[in-house]
Structures are given as structure tokens and as C-alpha cells.
Ligand binder design. Structure first.
Ligand SMILES: Nc1nc2c(c(=O)[nH]1)N=C([C@H](O)[C@H](O)COP(=O)(O)OP(=O)(O)OP(=O)(O)O)CN2
Ligand code: ZN
Length: 124
């Protein structure tokens, strides 16, 4: 019988400025958010009992995503309209090649822009 898959999640925060382009409303003006980012990996534990070491996941996401965005102007760094949807798509492209092994894979990325607004990208 197949072992059940286990999901592990690491949570990050970063502070950034942005403004939406081609948008009519308050978000066309420069403003900032404390973003909350949740990265979930799904797989089977190794013989030590870890799907992925939380520390390794932290190092990867910090290097590839957080350092690029924290205390930066997102429009300048990313070069596209910085909606949550576009940002999680970019994050998926950046992270998934590093989180695609025989034992585990990237499962989902959730980005909270405010305490009441988030977007999620995931695979079945
Ligand atoms: N589908 C999306 N809609 C909006 C996005 C987005 O990324 N995807 N982004 C914005 C703005 O960046 C805005 O800063 C956040 O919008 P909103 O949730 O409306 O922020 P509020 O502070 O007004 O939230 P409340 O909790 O409702 O006060 C706009 N739309
Ligand atoms: Zn915003």
C-alpha cells in the first residue's frame, strides 16, 4: 500500500512597496504591505523523518525570494504588474525547479497581501 503524503509549510514575512499599474483606485498610488508568504512542500519523509528540513526550505526561499523583495520597490525589481497573482506565478517559476525531487515536490504558495486578501497557486 502507498504511504500517505505529508505536507510541510514554512512561513515568511517581508515588507515591500508597490503600486498597481493600469489600475484605477487607491492601489495605483505608491503604498506598502507586510506580505505573508506560505510555501508548502508535499512528499514522503526520509529515514530521519523529514519531508524537507525546515532550515533548508527557509534558506532556499530566503535566497531566491525574500532577499529580492524585502524592503524593495516591487515594480522595479519584478518588472511586471505586482498583483498577488503575478507574484505567486513568479515565485512558482523561481522555486519549483529547486523543489522537484523523487521524494517531494512544491505543493502550493500562498501570498497574503493584507490580513484579509491572499492568492494561492497549487498543484493537485
Ligand atoms: N485580485 C487582486 N486584487 C487586488 C490586488 C491583487 O494583488 N490582486 N491588489 C490590490 C492592492 O495592492 C491593495 O493594496 C490590496 O487591496 P485590498 O485587499 O482591497 O486592501 P485593503 O487594505 O483595502 O483591504 P481591507 O481589508 O478590505 O480593508 C487591490 N486588488
Ligand atoms: Zn497593494
Amino acid at each position: 500500500m502507498k504511504e500517505p503524503l505529508i505536507e510541510v509549510t514554512k512561513i515568511f514575512t517581508f515588507d515591500s512597496a508597490h503600486n498597481l499599474t493600469e489600475y484605477k483606485g487607491k492601489c495605483e498610488r505608491l503604498h506598502g504591505h507586510t506580505y505573508k508568504l506560505e510555501v508548502t512542500v508535499r512528499g514522503t519523509p526520509d529515514k530521519e523523518g523529514m519531508v524537507i528540513d525546515f532550515g533548508d526550505l527557509k534558506q532556499l526561499v530566503t535566497e531566491k525570494v525574500i532577499k529580492k523583495l524585502d524592503h524593495h520597490y516591487l515594480n522595479e525589481v519584478l518588472g511586471f504588474n505586482t498583483t498577488c497573482e503575478n507574484m505567486i506565478t513568479w515565485m512558482w517559476d523561481v522555486l519549483s525547479p529547486h523543489l522537484d525531487t523523487k521524494r517531494y515536490r512544491l505543493k502550493s504558495i500562498t501570498l497574503w497581501e493584507t490580513p484579509t486578501s491572499f492568492a494561492r497557486i497549487s498543484r493537485e
